[in-house]
Design a protein around this ligand. Structure first.
Ligand SMILES: NC(=O)c1ccc[n+]([C@@H]2O[C@H](COP(=O)([O-])OP(=O)(O)OC[C@H]3O[C@@H](n4cnc5c(N)ncnc54)[C@H](O)[C@@H]3O)[C@@H](O)[C@H]2O)c1
Length: 365
């Protein structure tokens, strides 16, 4: 059984790839290393996946990479939900673009892929307002390519990485969202492309019997090696390190509250969905515990032992807040996110400090 992970050089995709390899699964990764944030970061993520699949004698070649790898594996196994196997799986990686169907087809022809977890996307709300056509091409056309190949090659499970953005902005009275809620009121181009991806999954399920699960990720997902561009935790850590002022644009300034989810908890959710039986299901995978941006920044100050220089700027009109009702995932999958933000950010800072200088001083955050 081989699992294809698209976007496997990215933040969540590479964490999940390593987790599955540690659990003995064979993983194929694909990614086009787009320039949304520096390629170095993505190559580092892929190298970590290669380490997860490597024999022990290869592991000593790059001490910096290996020390980050060891810490990540330790954190992962500290979560009692994430059991590692005695024998690690394999990892093969292809650099390619999901909008190129003939290249994708070759990957399917060369490998016996049975399951797909689809993360590859243009992520991020503000950037989608500036580049709507690109977001639509990658997130809608790219997803359609994969769905078509999934049906052609008899894929048994297709997981689609969706987003809380599909719910649009929620006020106090309807702040907590459930899977059956209306998703036609999204505010951002990014959210709209995720709704389109979900609807396409549903159409392929109905017309071609493809078994699909939609995982609505409640970000920002934070933790070690968090996506660098536009994610507040990572930006705050980097800016504190480099003594830069941090601009905050949340709808309610520092009181803006979101269901930020720790990476290994999000990964736990994905693995539980992957291991479950489904025809077509939608799951909210978040924390159901919205915390204010003020709390996030307090955790960063505590972990770095430095004071942040904060400036509040005008809110982005496409920014949204809501909180996940995760009862369905808890009841049906036994999903149980446990990591406290204080500990998650402590780990994120610890890994930041173990990373090479180019990473710590990167200005595209
Ligand atoms: N991080 C979050 O908080 C969050 C929240 C909600 C949803 N999501 C979704 O989860 C997924 C992963 O997010 P992430 O934070 O890891 O982002 P990321 O940008 O780190 O990872 C996405 C990866 O997809 C790759 N990619 C983009 N376009 C591609 C293309 N045309 N062909 C091949 N590869 C391509 C990128 O190079 C990148 O490595 C995305 O679908 C995102 O929309 C993330």
């Amino acid at each position: 059984m081989t699992i294809l992970i698209t976007g496997s050089a990215g933040f969540i995709g590479s964490h999940l790839a390593r987790a599955l390899i540690w659990q003995g699964q064979d993983v194929i990764g694909i990614d086009n290393f787009n320039d949304y944030y520096p390629r170095n970061c993505k190559e580092f993520n892929v190298d970590l996946c290669r380490l997860a699949a490597a024999k022990s004698d290869v592991k000593t070649k790059d001490p910096e990479l290996f020390s980050v790898y060891k810490k990540l594996k330790e954190y992962f196994s500290q979560n009692e939900e994430n059991k590692a196997s005695q024998n690690q799986g394999t990892f093969n990686f292809y650099e390619l673009d999901i909008t190129n169907q003939s290249q994708l087809e070759q990957v399917f022809q060369s490998n016996k892929i049975t399951k797909i977890i689809h993360f590859a996307a243009m992520a991020g709300v503000p950037n989608s307002t500036k580049n709507p056509v690109l977001y639509s091409r990658v997130n809608v056309e790219g997803t359609t390519n994969l769905l078509e190949l999934a049906t052609k090659h008899n894929i048994t499970k297709f997981l689609f990485a969706s987003s809380s953005s599909v719910y649009g902005h929620r006020e106090k009275e309807n702040f907590t969202v459930t899977e059956s809620d209306d998703v036609s009121k999204t505010r951002s181009v990014y959210g709209a492309t995720k709704v389109a991806g979900e609807v396409l999954c549903h159409a392929f399920h109905k017309s071609k019997n493809l078994k699909c699960a939609i995982v609505r990720i409640f970000g920002p997902i934070y933790g070690p090696l968090q996506r660098p561009f536009g994610m507040l935790h990572q930006r705050a850590i980097n800016y504190t390190h480099n003594n830069n002022a941090l601009q905050i644009y949340g709808l309610n300034g520092l009181e803006t509250a979101k269901d930020a989810t720790y990476i290994d908890d999000e990964i736990q959710g994905f693995i539980k969905v992957l291991n479950s039986d489904f025809d077509f299901e939608i799951y909210n995978i978040g924390t159901q515990n919205p915390l204010t941006i003020k709390h996030w920044l307090d955790c960063v100050e505590q972990a770095t032992n430095k004071k942040l220089n904060i400036e509040i700027i005008q809110a982005d009109a496409a920014d949204v807040t809501s909180s996940a009702n995760i009862s369905k995932a808890k009841e049906q999958l036994n999903y149980n996110p446990k990591t406290k933000m204080q500990e998650g950010i402590r780990r994120q800072v610890e890994i930041f400090k173990a990373m090479p200088q180019w990473y710590q001083e990167m200005d595209q955050v």
